[in-house]
Write a protein that binds this ligand. Structure first.
Ligand SMILES: O=C(O)COP(=O)(O)O
Ligand SMILES: [Mg+2]
Length: 227
């Protein structure tokens, strides 16, 4: 008998439409009908992947904030705190810059372990201040994430796999950026969509010739029933 392999899916750049923005609705049904655990591993704040699972109608298995927040469906783990990143952003502001999201900032409002800065803001001074505070800035192609270097998506995926009983060797991961490298390093099969950055392409087992959800849907078609 064959079964679907467990999945680890990134959101931005991976489940998105060809024009980069917004989820491609064609991914909803295959995720919902997938006959194995689906872990959503993202740089986005915790409520976003939880909402994605909720609205698609699958169990909430979530790595958020690049590994800063991990939800196994039973327990939430926080592997960093926001304070250090917040201090970096305060200093960035003091130097005359801004995170760039406007007054209400829904990008960071519920973010608990890091702070994200809009790509239109200058990254040079942000990197300098972060380094002086012992933090890193990760450019996902969708935001600059000011974060502790130690939590990453791969660690979070491992925590979920341990708790839920997923064999990482059987897992198929799909992603598009440097924040997916730690996931790619831990799973049996890894795929970078065609729009992926150089780091993700270098770490992936295979580079797809199609971008965004087109690439992801092609992988899902190919690996369905392969375990
Ligand atoms: O939040 C980001 O910058 C990127 O999110 P992603 O990890 O789902 O691609
Ligand atoms: Mg991504």
């Amino acid at each position: 008998m064959t079964a679907d392999p467990p999945l680890v899916l990134d959101i931005d750049g991976t489940l998105t439409r060809p024009d980069r923005w917004g989820l491609d609705p064609r991914v909803f049904d295959p995720i919902r009908e997938w006959d194995a655990p689906v872990v959503i591993a993202t740089g986005k704040a915790f409520p976003y992947p939880v909402a994605l699972c909720h609205f698609v109608g699958v169990p909430e298995l979530v790595v958020a904030e690049n590994g800063g927040v991990v939800y196994t469906g039973d327990d939430v783990f926080f592997t960093a705190d926001r304070e250090a990143a917040q201090a970096v952003v305060e200093e960035y502001r003091a130097q005359g810059y801004s995170p760039g999201w406007g007054e209400e900032d829904t990008v960071n409002r519920w973010r608990e372990t890091e702070v994200a800065v809009n790509l239109e803001q200058p990254i040079g001074p942000l990197r300098e201040i972060a380094a002086a505070h012992g933090l890193e800035v990760v450019d996902t192609g969708y935001a600059y994430h000011v974060k502790d270097a130690s939590p990453n998506k791969g660690d979070g995926v491992e925590t979920i796999a341990d708790r839920v009983g997923i064999d990482l060797e059987e897992c198929v991961a799909i992603g598009d950026s440097v924040n997916d490298v730690s996931t790619f390093e831990r799973v049996g099969r890894s795929f970078a969509v065609a729009n992926a950055d150089e780091a993700a392409k270098a770490a992936a087992g295979e580079i797809l010739d199609r971008p965004h959800a087109d690439g992801t849907l092609a992988v899902l078609d190919r690996v369905r029933g392969s375990e």
